[in-house]
Design a protein around this ligand. Structure first.
Ligand SMILES: Cc1ncc(COP(=O)(O)O)c(C=O)c1O
Length: 419
């Protein structure tokens, strides 16, 4: 066999192996999800190789009539699902949505306020990411570590003092709704645009179980299409503005501003996911939050240090657990042991941690287990497996047998149409 053929087989073997690893275990990374069979069908299509620069009806290429139909249906559906007068469904990721919004709404040298990465903000809100790429002057919000949200009074005072051009909210560690109304009022008072990054919680927002940023003061909302919103990898750029000039600025920032090909197969997949979300999303979102609450209280009962007990642990898809002292790296060790037991998670910085590679905690997400049909009983079983692997110190391979056996009963993707 030729070396290149061997390489192809190795790669395809690893692709299959990765599928088995996730498919037999408990996938609990809060930013991930699985796609439905019909979304998969749209993604695995001829559109994969096509181009459609511009907007429906205004293209630079021939051959776009069918795709115009798809994107037009998608725009209408997304407006309904996100209850917004403006959407652009083209961005190829949540980060690209953020870059486009920053391109449209701020200029190099402008001031911006955002959640710091140490408090759970996303790298695209930081100097190392999109905020730095746009040359912005970043000021991070004073943080209430007990409530896991911006300190409302101090953050509002900071916004009034700093007078940013943009106040950016939302984060990657996202247990509770942001107190947006109060902070958006302060931002609008000083003439700032309010942007809400709903990458993680977009499905919960669209399902009506988290918060309603566009009615609480956000001018623009961005998000990923593949976390709690269960579509293919991609992004959305959404706005509450009816102003056509403002909307045009956003569209121009997506194309030609930050995208050329925008992965038409994924857009078609997003549109199928939007239609399925319209039918099943409210129930899915409700079940996610219910499962997260049960998982959090079950982990606490099993002896884990679960954050935010006073607030009921969580109001989203996420649960945070602390496994050792600040900067101890205990989160990293716990994630490695859990993976040996077939439970896939990620280490995460918690309040007080300063080192991203040796944090004390784990961030867990239940959106994918929920999508496979797991409910409250299974959340209790998941917590038991955590206890056996991390507290009892049982051989991870023995725990893995239980994990595989539970998971074998939850193979289908729910909250969608069957083929
Ligand atoms: C708050 C936030 N914004 C943006 C992103 C980036 O999304 P994507 O991975 O779709 O680029 C993430 C990713 O997890 C996130 O947590």
């Amino acid at each position: 066999m030729s070396a290149s053929r061997e390489t192809v087989e190795r790669v395809l073997g690893a692709v299959e192996s990765s599928g088995r690893h996730y498919g037999n275990g408990f996938p609990m990374i809060a930013s991930e999800n699985v796609i439905s069979p019909m979304v998969r069908q749209a993604c695995d299509s001829d559109l994969h190789g096509r181009y459609a620069e511009g907007l429906p009806g205004k293209r630079y290429y021939q051959g776009c009539d069918d795709f115009d139909t798809i994107e037009s249906i998608g725009i209408d559906l997304a407006k309904k699902v996100f209850n917004a007068p403006f959407v652009n469904i083209q961005p190829t990721s949540g980060t690209v949505s953020n870059i486009a919004a920053l391109k449209a709404l701020v200029k190099p040298g402008d001031r911006i306020t955002a959640v710091s990465t140490a408090d759970g903000g996303h790298i695209s809100h930081a100097q190392m990411g999109a905020v730095g790429l746009r040359g912005l002057d970043l000021n991070t919000y004073p943080w209430d570590a007990d409530r896991m949200e911006p300190d409302i009074d101090a953050a509002a005072a900071m916004i009034r003092e700093v007078k940013p051009k943009m106040a950016l909210f939302g984060a990657s560690v996202f247990l509770f709704p942001t107190p947006l109304q109060e902070l958006a009022d302060a931002a609008h008072e000083v003439g700032a645009t309010v942007m809400y990054d709903g990458a993680h919680v977009l499905g919960l927002i669209a399902g009506g179980v988290f918060q309603d940023p566009l009615r609480e003061g956000a001018d623009v909302m961005t998000g990923s299409s593949h976390k709690t919103f269960p579509g293919p990898q991609g992004g959305f750029l959404i706005s509450s503005s009816e102003d056509e000039k403002f909307q045009k600025k956003l569209n121009n920032a997506v194309f030609p501003g930050t995208n050329s090909s925008y992965h038409l197969h994924h857009v078609a997949g997003k549109v199928v996911a939007l239609a399925e979300f319209e039918a099943f999303g409210t129930k899915y979102a409700k079940d996610i939050v219910a499962n997260a609450k049960v998982l959090a209280s079950s982990l606490a009962s099993e002896g884990f240090d679960v954050l935010a007990e006073d607030r009921g642990y969580t109001a989203s898809h996420q649960v945070l657990t602390r496994h050792g002292g600040v900067d101890s790296g205990a989160g990293r060790t716990a994630a490695a042991v859990l993976e040996e037991a077939g439970i896939i998670t990620n280490m995460n910085m918690l309040p007080g941690d300063t080192k991203a590679m040796s944090p004390s905690g784990l961030r867990l997400g239940v959106q994918e287990l929920t999508r496979h049909g797991m409910g409250a009983d299974e959340m209790e079983h998941v917590a038991e497996c955590f206890r056996r692997a991390l507290i009892d110190g049982e051989d991870p391979n023995k725990v893995k047998k239980t994990v595989n056996s539970i998971r074998s009963n939850f193979q289908e993707v729910k909250y969608c149409y069957s083929e």
